[in-house]
Each structure stands twice: as structure tokens, then as C-alpha cells.
Design a protein around this ligand. Sequence first.
Ligand code: AMP
Ligand code: MG
Length: 400
Amino acid sequence: MIDIQQATEIVLSRVRSFGTEQLPLAECSGRVLRQDIRADRDFPPYTQVRMDGIAIQWAAYEAGQRAFPVEGTQAAGSPQQRLQNPEACLEVMTGAVLPEGTDTVIRYEDVDIRDGQAQLLPEAKVKARQNAHLQGLDRQEGSLIVKAGAVLSPAEIGVAATVGLPTLSVAKMPSAVIVSTGDELVEVHEQPAPHQIRSSNSYTIQMALARWGVKADRLHIDDELEATKRELGRCIEQYDIILLSGGVSKGKFDYVPEALEALGVQKHFHKVKQRPGKPFWFGDVEGKCTVFALPGNPVSSFMCTQRYVHPWLRQCLGLSPMPYARAVLTEDFHFRADLTYFLQVKTRYDEQTGQLLARPVEGKGSGDLANLVDADAFLELPRGKEAFAKGEVFPLLFYR
Ligand code: AMP
Ligand code: MG
């Protein structure tokens, strides 16, 4: 059996690209950019008025002039005007082109305009070229503003809009299907018989993927070898990722590994030295379909989705690994098995030190999905150690 480091390495060595697509700006949030975004013009593209007020020539002010006849108004959105008399002024509005022949803007708060004359108030402080934002000051035409590979947030999308890109080339997200297995499972809207339960994994995993931008379908397969082969065969043709839950352990009706191998999915590992999630099976059809066959227990499949599927997805999209958080264990904890233990914890910041503290909220095992509501992260306690002392620091896997 391999350990979690080996499992991680294998998973991350099986990354692939899903291609690119062109999307309207409003659909680009969270996507990975596959083109550079350059300034199509100077930023700002013309010397811009930054305050509502009057525009004058600094030389006139410097020469001692404090009253300026108003020649007219330069509004935002109208072509540049020209100051005819260098000792006069034009009223100007924020966002307007600075009129030709002016270089300094004095805000309305500092002037008194009466009978076509703008009189500076005695307390007005005026500096040369104030409130005039020079053309090209922020960025020059042609300069690189957002590099390919960036994750698009509102900031980047605003830049794309300003340079006139109604669509962007972004990394395509994989198509995915979440497959639940098990004869004991019924759909959420169904009333389970006493010996049945509702399938929750389908939703937990689907929603985890949704948070990472992957839209996934849901499918259920009964514990029956032929049906498992038939349905999975179809999924391999149709999807980039298959995320199974259940049917990978030693049970008499656990047909998933057998079916996958019969379908030509290359197995890269089965079983990892970890709890929960030991029976995790991973394989792929090179360049076509990647299969994460996760154990059925809700905490196991959820943990494996966070711990393995998410980093794999990021790497496929060309993103750097999420920096691993670390947290301080707040209580002594014992775990004897020779497995990496993903302890459910509730975190909070220590107000004095700013350290992240992880309080064990262990739960009643890997079937206890209600406990995931009380916790917010898994603390990764390394294998080969039994006693974990209060105050020790361990890697932390947030899921909120
Ligand atoms: P298995 O890995 O198929 O042996 O399943 C392990 C445990 O997880 C069993 O108790 C199953 O009932 C449960 N389980 C399997 N799939 C799901 C699911 N989709 N939703 C909730 N529980 C599940
Ligand atoms: Mg099962």
C-alpha cells in the first residue's frame, strides 16, 4: 500500500489539459485566462479631469491671478475644447478631457462662481497640474496588464472590459460525472425503506466540484457487475472525469475496480495509507478520462475529493498548488494505526498570537457526515507517530 505522498505524486503526474474556449466576459469569473491582456490605449487614454471644478493655466495662477472669467464648460464625454484666453478658465467635469491650453484643475469647493467669473477662495490651496491625470500615467498602450495563466477575478475582468475584449480565451473546464454506487441508496426525493439510505455523496461531491468551477452530472449504478461495466463504459466515452463513490472495498458486491479494469482504465493505485479513505482507487484512460473511485463513506469521499481531486484539477488548469495552511493542535490526540490521519477540526485564530488553532471535532467515524457540519477542516496527522501533542503544528486542509 502506498502512502499519501506517493498517492499525491501519482495523481499529480496524471494531469492533462481540457483545451481552451472563448467565453463572454460575464461568464469568465474564476476561470483561468489563456491569453495575455494588453492595454489597447494609454491608461487613461487622454489627460483626464479628476474633480468637478474649473481648469486654468498654471502660469496664470503663478503670476498671481485669482479670478478667472468662465469661457464655457467641458463635460465628460464631449470632445476636447480649447481655452481661448490663457487668463480665463473652463468649467470641467470629472472624467472629461482636460481642455487644450489648461493644465490645472481647481475643484468647485475652492472657487466661488458668480456672474461668469470664478473667484478663488482665500484658503484654496492650488498646486501645479493638480487634479489632471496625465494620459498614459497608469499604463502605456501595449503594456501587459494581465498575464495568461491568471485566475480571473472582478479586477481582471474590469481590465478586459476597459481594453475592449467582450470575450476571453480561458481554460476549458473538464466535463465530470459523479457516480454513486450501492443497492442501499435511494434518491433524495424518495422515502427510504428501513434498510435504505439516501445518497448524499452525489451532492456533496457535486457541490465541491461546483465551487471549483466544474459542472458535474450525477448518476447512480446498482451493485451489479454488468450494469457497472455498461454504465461506466458510457461515462468513459462521455466525460473527462468520473468521480465514483463506493464499491471499491473488499465487499462481495464491490465491483468498481473490476469493472474499470475490464473497461481498460489503467489502475495507478488502489488503497492509500490514510484514514479515512483507505480504499481509494485511482486510474485513467490516458488523455481521455480520469477516474477517482472513492470509498463510499461520506467523510472518506469528501476528504479525498478535497485532498486529491482539487490539487489535480488545479494542476490540470496550470495553477500553482494551493499553499497548505498549517494549524496548531489545541489538545493532545492519539492515533495508533500506521496511517495518515485526517482529523476533523474546527479552526479559529488566536487573538493574541494570530496563530490558527485547530480543535479536534473528531466525529464518530467516516460515516458521520453530520460531523462535517461542525468541523471546517482536516488536520493532516502524519503516519508513524502515535501521540500528537497539544501545541504541535500540522498541515491543514480547509474545506470551507
Ligand atoms: P462502500 O464503499 O460501497 O462499501 O460504502 C461504504 C459506506 O458508505 C456504506 O455504508 C454506504 O452505504 C455508504 N455510502 C456509499 N455511497 C454513498 C452515498 N452516495 N451517499 C451516502 N452514503 C454512501
Ligand atoms: Mg457499496
